[in-house]
Ligand binder design. Structure first.
Ligand SMILES: Nc1ncnc2c1ncn2[C@@H]1O[C@H](COP(=O)(O)OP(=O)(O)OP(=O)(O)O)[C@@H](O)[C@H]1O
Length: 317
């Protein structure tokens, strides 16, 4: 494992506002780190400090060992940044804009052309290179933003809400691109879209009120959910009164919720006591009782539920 990014007790105050209180984490090569938190938690401020756009009040950030304050040019060489909303020069064509970025990065001659072509190919912008940026769809504009971030082939990418405002197909395209680039880079994406974390992140760092409240793999985070190992059953609503009391009487079952009853079909959710496996006992009960159940699913857990618990708990302080 190669450590690519290190944040050590990074903090930022704007006058009386403690935007970031204390954030520490490291990111290794190959990781896609989802940086999560409610609005105003300090995600953008943290990313702006890491990318050298904002000076920290205290603490340090470094990229492949280069401190972003002490050694800003070397740190910036190793980082590509897609700012929130990806501001672009709208009246320039895609090609003119990306050429300008390549020049700014000091990429010239054959190497410059090769990097330009690679960035365009990677983000699949070939068909729109001669169009003014302002005439593009949001999905294409975002890809132009990503193309400028990867122009110098940086080992670290910082993407602030890369799929925000995109339609489902565009979201899918951008996520796929991030996944493809992840292998030899360290990628940090901020998002409040939890399905995104499940889809592409290998790790999730959750912040609330400027502090890290969780740093785990997404599946581990999901296991903290009260719905982890819950059993969802759908059956004819007439059979609910037969099955429900028996479910509630099973050892390990903490409670049974009715999720819905639509068109004569009831959906029940049996919740386990912490650490209990109730899937097998419930399957046995159904077999023995002979009650016809249409579907039985053991839930993995729900990130939205965990996210709410983590971020609400800390805002109560
Ligand atoms: N330049 C600034 N001056 C004063 N306060 C600021 C400034 N930038 C951010 N803040 C405040 O710092 C806090 C953290 O903001 P930040 O934009 O980092 O949050 P965020 O987690 O990125 O939120 P969002 O999800 O809404 O983008 C907020 O309370 C915000 O109002």
């Amino acid at each position: 494992m190669t450590e690519m990014v290190r944040l050590d007790r990074l903090a930022k105050r704007f006058g009386p506002v403690h935007a970031v209180e204390e954030v520490s984490f490291t990111v290794e090569r190959g990781e896609v780190l989802g940086f999560l938190g409610p609005n105003g938690a300090g995600k953008s401020t943290t990313m702006r400090m890491l990318t050298g756009f904002l000076a920290p009040t205290s603490g340090t950030a470094s990229v492949l060992g280069h401190d972003v304050v002490e050694d800003p040019i070397e740190a910036k060489r190793r980082i590509g940044y897609l700012p929130e909303g990806a501001p672009l020069y709208g009246d320039m064509t895609v090609l003119a804009f990306l050429r300008f970025i390549a020049e700014m990065r000091g990429l010239e001659g054959a190497q410059g052309r090769q990097r330009l072509d690679a960035a365009i190919a990677r983000t699949q912008l070939e068909e729109v290179v001669h169009r003014p940026i302002e005439t593009l769809s949001k999905g294409f504009k975002r890809r132009v933003g990503i193309a400028q971030a990867i122009m110098h082939d940086p080992p670290v990418l910082v993407l602030d809400e890369p799929t925000d405002g995109l339609d489902p197909n565009q979201k899918h395209g951008v996520r796929q691109l991030i996944g493809e680039m992840a292998e030899d880079k360290a990628i940090i994406i901020s998002t409040h879209i939890l399905e995104e974390v499940e889809a592409i992140c290998t790790r999730a760092v959750v912040i609330a009120r400027g502090r890290v409240v969780a740093d785990e793999r997404p599946d581990a985070l999901k296991r903290r959910s009260r719905y982890h190992n819950a059993v969802r059953l759908t059956l004819n609503a007439n059979l609910q009164p037969v099955l429900q009391p028996r479910l509630m009487a099973l050892p390990g079952v903490r409670g049974v919720e009715t999720v819905g009853a639509v068109n004569g079909v009831a959906t029940l959710l049996a919740l386990p006591e912490p650490g209990r496996d109730i899937g097998h006992p419930i399957a046995d009960l159904i077999r023995e009782s002979g009650v016809a159940v249409d579907e039985l699913v053991v839930e993995q857990g729900r990130l939205d539920d965990v996210f709410r618990d983590l971020t609400m708990a800390s805002s109560a302080h």
